[in-house]
Design a protein around this ligand. Structure first.
Ligand SMILES: *Cc1c(COP(=O)(O)O)cnc(C)c1O
Length: 451
């Protein structure tokens, strides 16, 4: 008979908090494999911590989203939101699945071009586009989404220099019943600014008005907000047609669909409460189809979905460094990944699961990262089986924003791998070395250390 492993004794204080009327949040069944590859082997081969993306999950999620919209609306186009995850392999995968590129800076714009995306399949959003950026975007026939009047006047000013009319849309913000309202981007619907912007564009005769855009917020838990937004954009399009007899090529509903993560302070798990792609698709397409838009010339529906398409596909695997007791007797676990690479731990209660079999002893613990910073807390309080030094854990649903918002701080950032559909593991971003970081630095000569 195999000798049982020693496990330290536990004294459990009964805490109120983690339970609700459906019982304890069950967060545990060992997470031993990601797409059939053992977590243990991944960490042994590529180091700990390690970001692991599943190509299979990305592909099945985008197909599910496409199905939800394409079965309800004649013309649908997804555009991958670069800032959600702009690792080259990830963008390439989305482009292979037919997505256009949605970029919000020159850095992202150049990245899309270098990945081979046609200029006319790049949507250029955001408040910062220099005159130089705009000239390039016009030259390439990209879709420029105007954020403010200053940008519009710059475009009207530079337009005569170009052979082609700049292709533009305006970003519209509006009241969708969700507060605080995102009114810092684009032109407001309710106060008439959006309609004014449309009139100025049409009367200038220098720009080709091809679409309308909105991005109402992020992690929107009510699909109905999109229904309201689509009705308001359709209303603008109908008025545009009436006044100028001009048809739009597209209506772009932006991103913001919630992923299945659980927001901090939420009573129920995100897996139970986030709307599905079908819910969002139903709300948006119902509004467009029931509007006064000409049924013969329905605009293409563009979606810039980010987090909902990739969160599930990302995992962060890591290792337990130590256990300790806090001064008030609470238990704490220290792991080898910090909030600097898991930025989303500031707003999600990330699901963390041991990657090996465990006994039935569970306890409430705080999970801390390795940084010498008090804020480096991954989970404040989570009910987990007892783990010991060297045990491995997997954090689920980390595919969105972490690989773009992460920062190099105290430690070096780890590798990112992608598991393909046949179970082959590919490094898609190497771990950093000291020279990657210090290579950019210069020491003024008078500060050289004299030996
Ligand atoms: C960030 C962003 C998106 C993607 O948002 P998600 O919440 O990740 O879906 C789409 N469009 C614009 C304009 C954005 O700024």
């Amino acid at each position: 008979m195999k000798k049982l492993n020693f496990e330290r004794p536990l004294i459990k204080k009964l805490n109120i908090g983690p339970s609700h009327k459906f019982g304890l949040k069950t967060e545990f069944e060992a997470f031993t494999h990601i797409d059939d590859v053992p977590v243990k082997d991944l960490l042994a081969e590529y180091g700990s911590p390690l970001f692991v993306l599943s190509e299979k999950t990305i592909r099945s999620t985008i197909s599910e989203a496409k199905r939800a919209f394409e079965t309800r609306y004649p013309k649908v186009q997804f555009a991958w939101s670069y800032k959600t995850n702009y690792l080259n392999a990830v963008c390439s995968l989305f482009h292979q699945e037919g997505s256009w590129a949605e970029v919000v800076s020159r850095f992202e714009y150049d990245k899309a071009l270098s990945l081979g995306v046609d200029g006319n399949r790049i949507i250029f959003n955001g408040p910062e586009k220099t005159e130089d950026d705009l000239n390039l975007a016009v030259e390439n026939g990209s879709l420029i989404h105007i954020d403010h009047f200053d940008e519009m006047y710059t475009l009207i000013d530079i337009a005569p220099k170009h052979k082609k009319k700049p292709k533009v849309a305006i970003r519209v913000n509006m009241d969708t019943g969700i507060y605080p309202m995102w009114d810092r981007f684009g032109f407001n619907y309710e106060n008439g600014e959006a309609w004014e912007a449309i009139n100025r564009i049409m009367m200038s005769n220098k720009l080709d008005m091809v679409g309308l855009h909105t991005h109402v917020g992020t992690f929107m838990m009510t699909a109905g907000a999109y229904g309201i937004a689509a009705t308001k954009l359709a209303d603008l399009a109908v008025n545009l047609k009436r006044k100028y007899n001009h048809d739009l090529n597209y209506i772009d509903m932006g991103g913001g669909f919630a992923s299945k993560n659980t927001l901090k302070g939420a009573y129920l798990l995100g897996t139970d409460t986030s709307p599905s792609f079908d819910d969002y698709a139903e709300a948006i397409t119902t509004s467009l189809i029931n509007s006064q838009l000409d049924p013969e010339r329905m605009p293409m529906l563009i979606l810039e979905t980010g987090r909902a398409l990739i969160d599930d596909a990302g995992h962060l695997a890591g290792t337990v460094l130590a256990n300790k007791k806090l001064s008030d007797g609470r238990h704490a676990t220290i792991v080898d990944f910090g909030v600097n690479i898991l930025f989303t731990s500031f707003w999600y209660e990330h699901k963390i699961t041991p990657a090996q079999e465990f006994s039935s002893h569970s306890e409430t613990t705080s999970i801390y990262g390795p940084l010498c910073m008090n804020i480096d807390q991954i989970r404040e309080s989570v009910y987990l089986p007892a783990m010991k030094k060297g045990d491995r854990v997997v954090v689920s649903r980390v595919g969105a924003y972490n690989m773009t918002q992460w920062m190099q701080f105290i430690t070096l950032r780890p590798k990112v791998v992608m598991i393909d559909k046949r179970g082959q593991v590919h490094i898609i971003r190497n771990n950093e070395s000291n020279s990657d970081i210090t290579g950019l630095e210069k020491i003024p000569e008078h500060l050289f250390l004299k030996k």
